[in-house]
Design a protein around this ligand. Structure first.
Ligand SMILES: [Zn+2]
Length: 105
């Protein structure tokens, strides 16, 4: 049986929490994308494979807010265990997130 609640007290031994969030611009609160977030900390990068649904932001080299045009982050391509990982490295303080749902669908 699944536990209904768990606390992240043992960050090294236990699986990290996942939640579905909506990433928003801090200046105008426009939604940038929906995202499968790991853990409870701030979002320092938006990993492409964790973006939920179709999103045209994956085609961009620089991420900017569609509404106020503030620059939010820069695309980075890295390799982890020989696997290509693409993400936006976010500038500090440019986004916040709203939790839509805890856990994975
Ligand atoms: Zn904005």
């Amino acid at each position: 049986m699944k536990k209904l609640m768990s606390y992240d007290r043992y960050p090294h031994g236990k699986r990290k929490a996942h939640m579905e969030v909506e990433i928003k611009c801090t200046d105008c609160a426009t939604t940038i994308c929906q995202y499968d977030k790991e853990g409870y900390g701030p979002i320092g990068k938006i990993i492409f494979k964790s973006i939920l649904g179709e999103s045209e932001i994956k085609d961009k080299k620089e991420l900017e807010c569609q509404k106020c045009e503030k620059l939010l982050g820069k695309k980075v391509i890295a390799f982890e265990n020989k696997e290509k990982v693409e993400f936006f490295k976010m500038y500090p303080g440019v986004i916040f997130y709203k939790v839509l749902q805890k856990g994975r669908k």
